[in-house]
Design a protein around this ligand. Structure first.
Ligand code: NAP
Length: 285
């Protein structure tokens, strides 16, 4: 039976660490503040935002809850971001995605001050990642790296397969594992489906981030491999599940993340860590 990687417990420890860091920055007169911008009334996004605001409260981070109506024009959203960029009380800015279709997401990502970009989506921060320079990293893959480290899983020299190549998960994940000296394969929707199982079977570290419920089955997993399930999907009965068929994969894997209780809580906790890092950056620390 595989070791179950307990993202919930690790995330709680990360939040404690973030709270201690926030307190020690406060002693030096530096406050941490996160602005969360939500455009529209998408229920899932509103739930994510509420949990982020709760995490801030727990860590002693001041939060700025910026809600805008669904029909907000681009220039109003850009004006709000400019205001937040200029506000010294706001050390981190997160624009909840996805934005309503009429808004230009790329322009919004570009508008956020890279030093306040706690999502790590700005091209400058992405570029720093590509060049192996320190900087703000996207929360989901950064949280996964924390998990691997906490469980003593060293990527160096291992074969890592990432299923999915999105800008927020798959691509930055592959770069982070590459910079820790793993050998990387990235699969996507154009990967020959007949080859996908074989590619996954080569993985010592298999990261599933494709958004297809339970696509990765036990026989696709190399015995003893580490399986990281990023997926947050719904099964046929409408229950939350991952991209990995947990029951069959757990029987083969060496270590595996559950859904829920794996990657999700680490993503949230990493956001708090990034808010602290952003505040430090802005004060030259
Ligand atoms: P996304 O933007 O939809 O990207 C999905 C990726 O998977 C794309 O690169 C796509 O390929 C690839 N893909 C789709 N079907 C495939 C298939 N049959 N075989 C191989 N590759 C396939 O999704 P995302 O934002 O990266 O999120 C992925 C999953 O993680 C979702 O379930 C999402 O809800 C979840 N998620 C969870 C967290 C968390 O904190 N737990 C955070 C973010 C996302 P193409 O590029 O060719 O289209």
């Amino acid at each position: 039976m595989a070791t179950i990687i307990d993202g919930k417990a690790l995330a709680a420890r990360m939040r404690e660490r973030a709270a201690a860091d926030v307190a020690s920055l406060a002693e030096r007169g530096i406050s941490c503040g996160l602005a969360v911008v939500l455009v529209g009334d998408d229920q899932a996004s509103a739930t994510y935002v509420r949990s982020k605001l709760r995490d801030c409260e727990q860590c002693g981070i001041r939060s700025f809850d910026c809600k805008l109506p669904a029909d907000t024009p681009q220039d109003e959203l850009m004006a709000l971001i400019a205001e937040l960029n200029a506000d010294p009380e706001v050390t981190g800015i997160l624009v909840q995605m996805p934005l309503p279709a009429h808004l230009d997401t790329e322009a919004v990502v570009l508008a956020v001050d890279p030093e306040k970009d706690v999502d790590g989506f700005h091209p400058l921060n992405m570029g720093r990642l590509v060049r192996d320079l320190p900087g703000l990293r996207p929360c989901t893959p950064a949280g996964i790296m924390e998990m691997l480290d906490a469980y003593g899983i060293d990527p160096a020299g291992k074969n890592a397969v990432i299923v999915g190549r999105s800008s927020i998960v798959g691509k930055p994940m592959s770069l982070m594992l590459l910079s820790r000296n793993a050998t990387i394969s990235v699969a996507h929707s154009h990967t020959d489906p007949r080859e996908l199982a074989r590619i996954c079977q080569s993985a010592d570290i298999l990261v599933a981030a494709c958004g297809v419920p339970k696509m990765i089955k036990g026989p696709w997993v190399k015995p003893g491999a580490t399986v990281i399930d990023v997926g947050m999907d719904r099964d046929e009965e409408g229950r939350l599940c991952g991209d990995v068929d947990f029951a069959s994969a757990e029987a083969v894997a060496g270590a595996i993340t559950p859904v829920p209780g794996g990657v999700g809580p680490m993503t949230r906790a990493m956001l708090m860590t990034n808010v602290v890092m952003a505040a430090r950056l802005q004060h030259g620390l």
